[in-house]
Design a protein around this ligand. Structure first.
Ligand SMILES: NC(=O)c1ccc[n+]([C@@H]2O[C@H](COP(=O)([O-])OP(=O)(O)OC[C@H]3O[C@@H](n4cnc5c(N)ncnc54)[C@H](OP(=O)(O)O)[C@@H]3O)[C@@H](O)[C@H]2O)c1
Length: 269
């Protein structure tokens, strides 16, 4: 965040704050906000991050809320815990998400269901529950989508479809909330080195079909995302090459996209 934006947000809730992009959002926002609310399942990891952030920024208040966001009851508990603690975020970062790499036919249904619940249901539920406070404070929602949401991807069929939902939902919500002064941004990164690949793999030997040249560092993705939120952009594709690919995809007829995706190297089971 640049100095001009330092007072943009007061209280930010970040889901999936225990690793990857969520941890990076926490670190980049810490010098600029009064309160961070960190949400994920791994309590000890979150507590360690909270200690690190407060040690570096003694005026910062950090609240750790442990929640399995795939569980609707756990989400209700989280939402109630916020109001019990008088925590009313003016920025919601729906970052928690997961993938599953491999054919839909051979997928484990429980993992697929978790992914739909996390990537779609939890993001939608938290947006809905926190919206009154976000509107009252003319706040913002940042939703983690993906470049994958712009494409039908064999071996990532459900993941890509969940991210298509996130991008579409974010764009429509942005239009609905424009008159209320709430910004909504869809962040659509290409590949990033985080814990994502380990969760998406079905076994430890599988390699995700990603070319090294397209990786963008997590700190770069988060910096561009926060800048885009401050600038009230609808969507961002962090990284020049990723943005160029996204631009190209948007120009291609669907028949050409189908042809290109049918030539993509497939995962062998
Ligand atoms: N990395 C990439 O290549 C890439 C590319 C495009 C988009 N994205 C998107 O970026 C977002 C962040 O992913 P990442 O790359 O930072 O991956 P990551 O390192 O695996 O982080 C995922 C985060 O989500 C949390 N999480 C997972 N399941 C959860 C659950 N059931 N309840 C609550 N929290 C849960 C994890 O914490 P706990 O395990 O502690 O719960 C972790 O903090 C995701 O939405 C992903 O789809 C990633």
């Amino acid at each position: 965040m640049n100095p001009r934006s330092s007072s943009t947000f007061r209280c930010v809730l970040i889901t999936g704050a225990s690793s990857g992009l969520g941890l990076e959002f926490s670190r980049q926002l810490a010098p600029h906000v009064q309160t961070l609310i960190l949400v994920a399942r791994r309590e000890k990891v979150l507590e360690g991050i909270a200690e690190e952030l407060v040690a570096a920024h003694p005026d910062l208040k950090v609240k750790v809320l442990v929640s399995d966001l795939t569980d609707p009851e756990a989400r209700i508990h989280l939402i109630n815990a916020l109001s019990e603690d008088d925590l009313y975020p003016d920025c919601l970062i729906n970052n928690a998400g997961m993938g599953d790499y491999g054919e839909f036919r051979t997928s484990d249904w429980s993992k697929t269901e978790q992914m739909i619940r996390l990537n779609i249901e939890a993001l939608t539920h938290l947006s809905h529950a926190l919206l009154p406070g976000l509107i009252a404070q003319r706040g913002a929602i940042l939703n983690l989508s993906s470049l994958a949401g712009d494409l039908p991807i064999p071996d990532f069929a459900v993941y890509a479809a969940t991210k298509a939902y996130v991008s579409s939902f974010s764009e429509a919500l942005r239009l609905e909330l424009r008159s209320q002064g709430v910004r909504v941004l869809a962040v659509c990164p290409g590949p990033i080195k985080t814990g994502f690949g380990d969760t998406a793999r079905r076994d430890s030997t599988t390699k995700l079909p990603v070319q090294e040249t397209f990786y963008v560092p997590a700190h770069h993705v988060v910096r561009d995302s926060l800048q885009s939120l401050i600038n009230d952009r609808p969507r961002v594709y962090p990284g020049l090459k990723v943005a160029a690919v996204a631009g190209l995809i948007s120009l291609l007829p669907l028949a050409v996209v189908r042809l290109v995706m049918s030539q993509r190297p497939r995962k062998s089971e």
